[in-house]
Design a protein around this ligand. Structure first.
Ligand code: FES
Ligand SMILES: [Fe+2]
Length: 366
């Protein structure tokens, strides 16, 4: 098939394109919306999400929920509303919503219409992040490590933003040519297969020597098309790393990095060593982000010239191209009155003032 494609293609045609996110929906994945610390108890906040917005609303007891943001009455953004107990109240006419997104009360006692329901994104709070699933029901669990979160000391931060859909950024770990060329990694063993599970995750193991970190056997798992999990022993410590990307309009990928190691310490002083280890690995993650930044700012991938070393990459690209998309919440998250922003154009013209000079003007009756 590939040979046929090459034979038919004119030489100066770069071949198959990836369909940009937003066409036919966005990938049906778990997206990190914000850091847990960004929404306090009893607070509501708005965040960009895909090509629209969402609100993250945390009850006074502490449970977080991601909902479509526009009130089903007249569409005011609930990000400017108020949390009262476990309900979210709209700023305009005080309609109230529960965590399922259902309107449960209006201010004057009118019965809430049956259609007064926000889109409720399946929500999970873990690893210092609030995650929302772009779909009705999750087809796979939210990204997590192989060790329970309670056993881990975790640091989660916002990292780079790149002007590209997430899939490209997260193709990195399967991209041997890139890992060697840009990050200076040396492989002692590369995976022979890249098993895809349920069309939603890919897992494999690779042995490598990483500059500054030394030798490691790295267990890799890609979750959806926007998240990578890496587990290995670094400097004799079990080390857990994750990067996940939120797709927003642009396209832009907003990334979050999670770095962790085992919480348990055996003796005094170990705590500091543990925390220093996390900081060192976190810095390493940021360095990888910085090294990737220039290429991610310009990349325009096509699919007609992959080579032998691109085996992992080709498995991943097929996975990406077959990945399901969901657009069932599209109408609920966009503000139609704001999307058609005036495109930037030339500055307004300054008109030369027209001066009326009676001496140059004849009179009709002259
Ligand atoms: S617009 Fe929200 S209650 Fe009217
Ligand atoms: Fe990279």
């Amino acid at each position: 098939m590939a040979t046929q494609l090459k034979a038919q293609l004119p030489l100066y045609d770069r071949g198959i394109k990836f369909t940009p996110q937003g066409i036919g929906g966005y990938d049906e994945s778990w997206y990190p919306v914000c850091l847990s610390t960004e929404v306090d108890k009893g607070a509501v906040k708005g965040f960009d999400f895909l090509d629209g917005r969402v609100v993250v609303f945390r009850t006074e007891e502490g449970s977080a929920q991601v909902l479509s943001p526009f009130c089903r009455h007249l569409g005011v953004d609930l990000a400017i509303g108020k949390v009262i107990g476990d309900q979210l109240r709209c700023a305009y006419h005080h309609w109230k919503y529960d965590q399922s997104g259902k309107c449960v009360a209006t201010a004057l006692g009118d019965a809430p219409p049956a259609r007064a329901k926000l889109f409720r994104f399946p929500t999970v709070e873990s690893l210092g992040l609030i995650w929302a699933y772009n779909g009705e029901e999750p087809a796979y669990p939210a990204p997590h490590f192989s060790v329970d979160e309670e056993e881990l000391e975790i640091s989660t931060i916002r990292s780079v933003e790149v002007p590209m859909d997430p899939f490209m950024l997260y193709s990195n770990s399967l991209d041997l040519q890139h890992l060697i060329s840009v990050h200076g990694i040396r492989f002692t063993e590369t995976p022979k297969t890249f098993p895809v599970e349920g069309g939603r995750t890919i897992s494999y193991v690779q042995k490598m020597v990483v500059p500054g970190l030394g030798e490691s056997v790295q267990k890799v798992k890609l979750w959806g098309t926007n998240c990578i999990q890496l587990e290995s022993d670094i400097a004799n410590r079990p080390t857990f790393m994750m990067s996940a990307g939120l797709a927003v309009a642009g396209p832009v990928t907003r990334t979050f990095n999670v770095t962790a190691t085992l919480k348990q310490v055996d003796k005094a002083g170990d705590e500091q060593m543990r925390d220093m280890h996390i900081k060192m690995v976190e810095q390493f993650g940021l360095q990888l982000n910085r090294e990737d930044d220039p290429v991610m700012r310009t990349v325009s991938p096509r699919l007609d010239n992959l080579t032998k070393s691109d085996h992992g990459l080709s498995v991943y690209f097929n996975f990406v191209r077959n990945y399901p998309r969901f657009d069932g919440a599209a109408d609920m998250i966009r503000n139609d009155y704001r999307i058609a922003a005036t495109p930037a154009g030339p500055p307004p013209q300054v008109l030369t003032e027209i001066v009326f000079d009676p001496s140059e003007t004849g009179h009709m009756d002259d």
